[in-house]
Design a protein around this ligand. Structure first.
Ligand code: SF4
Ligand code: SF4
Length: 173
């Protein structure tokens, strides 16, 4: 290619690129000034897990290990224990409960297989995405971190109502 043709093609490419850039300037902006402004999470977002309790506050997990078996990353660690006390005094809904329930977020790929596998609806994904830490060891979350009764909702995000269409620009209408 001659030098003139080279310059012509390069100029054409720059003009084409700038035209796309300029056409976007008048459009609505999607940048969020996080964490000054809360991020809007989609209802089906998979964040840090929640371990659920029943209406009496008893842990729903019966330590059946199905979630750990379904996990492709092998990042769930459970130690089962028996709680022979009367049902109203137990830690969980059943005699058997998870004495230890850890998830290593250094390995978790947020695939949701554990949630699908659970027969007791004991584990779901929450919305917490703020999992950055300085030490890899801190990515290991224990039952105390995961129980829904112990987690605190961060003010840095909100969850979109299902009728809200916050990412409509990416959806086919
Ligand atoms: S979301 Fe996937 S990778 Fe993470 S703990 Fe559950 S099954 Fe394992
Ligand atoms: S979270 Fe669900 S699947 Fe996992 S051990 Fe507990 S009851 Fe079983």
């Amino acid at each position: 290619m001659s030098l003139v043709a080279d310059i012509f093609e390069s100029t054409k490419a720059i003009i084409k690129g700038m035209a796309v850039t300029l056409s976007k300037i008048p459009q609505e902006k999607w940048t969020v000034q996080y964490p000054d402004d809360p991020v809007t999470m989609q209802p089906r977002y998979r964040g840090m897990h929640l371990l659920h309790v029943d209406e009496l506050g008893r842990e729903k997990c019966v330590a059946c290990f199905l979630c750990a078996a379904a996990c492709p990353s092998d990042c769930i660690y459970i130690v089962a224990a028996d709680d022979p006390r009367a049902p109203e005094e137990r830690t969980g809904v059943d005699e058997r409960f998870a004495e230890v329930y850890n998830i290593d977020y250094g390995r978790c790929i947020f695939c949701g297989f554990c949630v699908e596998a659970c027969p007791k609806d004991a584990i779901t994904h929450g919305y917490n995405f703020e999992l950055s830490v300085y030490s890899r060891a801190d990515l290991l979350k224990t039952k105390d971190d995961l129980l829904i009764t112990k987690q605190q909702q961060s003010s840095n995000y909100r969850v979109a109502f299902s009728e809200e269409d916050v990412d409509s620009e990416y959806k086919e209408v």
